[in-house]
Design a binder for this molecule. Structure first.
Ligand SMILES: NC(=O)C1=CN([C@@H]2O[C@H](COP(=O)(O)OP(=O)(O)OC[C@H]3O[C@@H](n4cnc5c(N)ncnc54)[C@H](OP(=O)(O)O)[C@@H]3O)[C@@H](O)[C@H]2O)C=CC1
Ligand SMILES: CC(C)(CO)C(=O)C(=O)O
Length: 297
């Protein structure tokens, strides 16, 4: 039995909490910044609906002590805002699983966790807030969490063993895996700019733009040590072409809701690191200011 705190019980946090609940072995607490009321997760393939049973805290002041595991699922730009929870929940023996997009999980989260270990996780789940307290998982994107191979990753896989909501996969080349996912997130930036779902990638002009964006992202990825040949760009754009046209992205959902966007961790990083390596990123040079401006307004 482990004490698990889920910080940020939104789309991904709810799925992570569901997985912890499904094991039947752990004590789970949800740490929110406002009372979301009753929470449930809908599986759009089976139609199954599961209520989350864990208690919900709404302030770090309600935390009674450190947790064994913290599953951090706030957006990257909300990490600083979660500092109070992280301080109350973390001690050096805690493991914080950063369930966030991007390639900078450890440097982003480590300053807040009182020397706890940070385990970066790549989240291959499509989860959309579909009503008050309701999250719908689109299972035609496999529900997979990839973590670095090693003792912490192995313990995390054991923690969630038996859960059907997610599968934990240990990857030996985490840099490559993280940049592959980041490239899909960079491509999804086009959804946030246009306000459109995956159907947009069936337009030849948008496909061409997405391909150029993927190619420049992969060039930066290679400079960062990822083993991702340029040919991978076609495969990653293909994911969006073949997607159910009605699937969105978490950055699109924020755009449609008029919320701040996670643009820096997903798109800004391509331009930032491209500049560091002297790699041209012409598509990101246009997309990033547009996303940043959309986030401000
Ligand atoms: N949704 C998806 O399909 C996918 C998302 N991801 C990544 O997962 C991460 C989480 O995304 P997602 O679940 O979609 O985001 P959501 O916006 O759905 O969830 C974030 C949650 O964190 C809460 N929150 C924000 N600040 C705090 C705080 N200070 N204390 C406690 N809770 C807080 C939010 O509360 P409030 O409601 O008040 O804003 C919200 O409930 C992101 O990095 C995203 O890119 C990765 C793959 C797929
Ligand atoms: C589903 C996917 C891959 C789309 O970008 C995602 O990671 C997100 O929604 O944040």
């Amino acid at each position: 039995m482990a004490d698990i705190a889920v910080v940020g019980p939104g789309a991904i946090g709810s799925v992570a909490a569901l997985a912890a609940q499904q094991t039947g072995r752990h004590s789970v607490t949800l740490c929110a910044r406002r009372d979301p009321g009753a929470l449930r997760v809908v599986d759009d393939v089976s139609g199954g609906v599961t209520d989350l049973e864990a208690p919900i805290l709404t302030s770090p002041a309600e935390v009674t002590g450190p947790a064994d595991w913290v599953l951090l699922a706030v957006k990257a730009h909300q990490t600083d805002g979660a500092a109070g929870y992280l301080d109350a929940l973390c001690k050096p023996s805690t493991t914080v699983v950063a369930l966030q997009n991007g390639v900078e999980h450890v440097e982003r989260v480590a300053p807040y966790v009182n020397d706890a270990q940070v385990l970066p996780a790549i989240v291959w789940i499509s989860a959309e807030p579909t009503g008050p307290g309701e999250v719908t998982v689109r299972n035609n994107i496999s529900s997979l969490l990839q973590v670095p191979a090693g003792p912490a990753g192995e313990e995390f896989a054991r923690l969630l063993e038996g859960a059907s909501a997610v599968e934990v996969e240990l990857v030996s080349d985490f840099t490559t895996a993280a940049w592959r996912k980041l490239t899909t997130n960079a491509i999804a930036g086009v959804m946030a700019v246009t306000g459109r779902r995956a159907a947009i990638y069936q337009r030849p002009d948008v496909r061409e733009l997405a391909l150029a964006l993927a190619q420049e992202t992969l060039a930066v990825a290679r400079a960062e040590g990822a083993a991702l040949p340029e040919s991978e760009a076609e495969a990653l754009v293909g994911i969006f072409e073949r997607m159910d046209p009605d699937i969105g992205s978490s950055i699109l959902f924020d755009r449609l809701a008029g919320r701040e966007l996670e643009w820096d961790a997903r798109n800004g990083v391509v331009r930032r690191l491209g500049r560091r390596h002297g790699i041209p990123t012409p598509v990101s040079d246009v997309l990033v200011p547009l996303l940043s401006a959309a986030s401000d307004g």
